[in-house]
Design a binder for this molecule. Sequence first.
Ligand code: AMP
Length: 192
Amino acid sequence: MVRNVLMMGPPGSGKGTQAVRLAERRGWAHISTGDMLRAAMAAGTELGSRVKDIVERGDLVPDDLMCDLVEQRLNEPDTENGFLLDGFPRTVEQAEGLMERMAESRKLDCVVLLRVADEVLIERALSRGRADDTEDTIRHRLEVYRRQTRPVLDFLDDRVRRVEIDGVGGIDEITVRIERALDAANPAEDRS
Ligand code: AMP
């Protein structure tokens, strides 16, 4: 069964929204590194103060720090029945770290890629009104995505099955598309 899933998509693609819904529907742990970092910043922890400036610029937090954070999170018992990674890995180095450190039971089964055109992305991101969402920051994050995160897809292509979803449409409609694609990605022996 597909149960350890990586949700990918450019900033503003709706991957966060879909990740929450999907994790809830399937009983999987939702692991959003952006949420984890924002929580640390809001709580004023040591991690939070280390990453604050980086996150506010829309740059990427150092890979080793992110890998430690996710490794710890994946060791928590609620990931046993499945998990949905949202916002990690964002660089090839992070993807390598994940592959090396991930226990056998936490191996990724599937990458879900949400596809959305750039103009739609900018429009959507501006309407979210988050503190780190000015138009410049959004464009910068799109650029960072293209330069650093797209190559993660190529890296993972040799290792993990990928399904691509059209990310333009109603929220429910897109959830249905993702769930259908995940069910179709189950190995044949599970479906019979
Ligand atoms: P997100 O909510 O996923 O868009 O993340 C918000 C911000 O947190 C990003 O713009 C980065 O500054 C930081 N961040 C989140 N996840 C990662 C990651 N895997 N690697 C590096 N930085 C990250």
